[in-house]
Ligand binder design. Structure first.
Ligand code: MRU
Length: 352
């Protein structure tokens, strides 16, 4: 059943309804964002998270941000719109889908510059809904394109959550697994719990249990052992930003998994929409890595697990080099042995 990860309710004066992912798996609760500050806060605190879902949240956030703008003309409106997108873009730095979504919103406003302010606002709402609906189709296509890589009877390891909760619906990495199951393949999924915020344990395990997929939860530091035991035949993860050369940022710990997969000669696949590529950067070294609060490590979920005063480093993402990636699965097709040339062949050059 489709997950109502994030929805727009009502007309231009409406609001965003989203699943508060910080409460899962014990509580399935919706939160409502009626103004730009509340959606900024929801993105920042990971109530809504996952690159494509953040892109949709940003686009819908723009609609919240412009609804009370009383500009005297469309030029003045576009100036205020810029402030709105800049503000939303400051919520989280790594997932490029956020900036891609905000860019699309600015573009549609510019294209409608010769209409009236109310008409631009309506065009912005329609664009946000289009981004959401397109993502649903894109995720199904990623599932279709990737499922062929999953062999019947195989064990698949995934890290973090790249499922329906991280997208409009159906997911990216998990779409590949959902589709493989729909095709009648028997798969066993190993989900890393994904310290420090446990997106694997709380969200991926929750989604896969509900989908009736054979899922085994492991701590992050068990992945190498599980591979050595021969239980994993491939790895599939999502992505937050993919550089022009195929270097891929994803949840912290993904890089370590890629090294383990390489050592055990296990193919490592990335599943992501084209909107996750950032062709303006040449390599992963240029990807901004979000650093989050030390309390996520020292005091996760309300229990103190480290001494007061200890130094903490808490990067939320890391970069997996393209050389560790067997293929990137997109809605447009599969890029085997990702490199600048192979990526350009599938995508062309004019991404953003
Ligand atoms: O910090 P998060 O939970 O937003 O991180 C999410 C991930 O790293 C996902 O793997 C990625 O965004 C892909 S989601 C389809």
């Amino acid at each position: 059943m489709p997950l109502p990860t994030i929805e727009w309710e009502g007309d231009i004066n409406g609001r965003i309804r989203l699943i508060d992912q910080t409460l899962l798996p014990t509580e399935l609760k919706f939160v409502y964002c009626e103004d730009i500050k509340s959606i900024w806060h929801a993105i920042k605190t990971l109530m809504v998270r996952g690159a494509p879902a953040i892109g949709i949240a940003g686009a819908m956030g723009v609609v919240l941000g412009v609804k009370d703008i009383q500009a005297k003309d469309t030029d003045a409106f576009l100036k205020e719109l810029k402030q709105v997108t800049t503000y939303l873009g400051a919520s989280r730095p790594t997932a490029v889908n956020l900036f891609w979504g905000l860019d699309r919103m600015e573009r549609i406003a510019r294209e409608n510059k010769d209409t009236s302010v109310p008409e631009i606002k309506e065009a912005l709402l329609q664009e946000a809904l289009r981004i959401q609906n397109e993502d649903k189709i894109i995720c199904r296509q990623i599932g279709e394109n990737g499922a062929g890589l999953i062999k019947d009877g195989s064990g698949v390891l995934t890290h973090c959550n790249a499922g329906g909760l991280a997208t409009a619906d159906y997911g990216t990495a998990l779409a590949v697994l959902f589709k493989a199951k729909e095709q009648g393949k028997h798969i066993k999924v190993y989900a890393d719990e994904t310290r420090p915020l446990l997106q694997g344990a709380r969200l991926t395990a929750w989604e896969l249990v509900h989908a009736g997929i054979d899922i085994t939860l492991i701590c992050d530091n068990m992945a190498g052992h599980v591979m050595k035991l021969g239980r994993v035949q491939c790895v599939v993860v999502g992505a937050d930003r993919i550089a022009a050369n195929g270097d891929t940022a994803n949840k912290i710990g993904t890089y370590s998994v890629s090294i383990l997969a390489k050592e055990h000669k296990i193919p490592f696949y990335v599943a992501a929409p084209v909107s996750t590529f950032d062709l303006s950067i040449t390599s992963g070294n240029e990807i901004p890595i979000e650093e989050r609060s030390p309390e996520e490590i020292t005091n996760g979920f309300g229990k103190r697990t480290a001494p007061e005063g200890v130094k903490v480093f808490n990067p939320a993402f890391d970069v997996t080099p393209a050389s560790h990636i067997a293929a990137i699965i997109t809605e447009k097709g599969v890029i085997h042995s990702p490199s600048r040339e192979n990526i350009q062949r599938l995508l062309g050059t004019s991404m953003r």
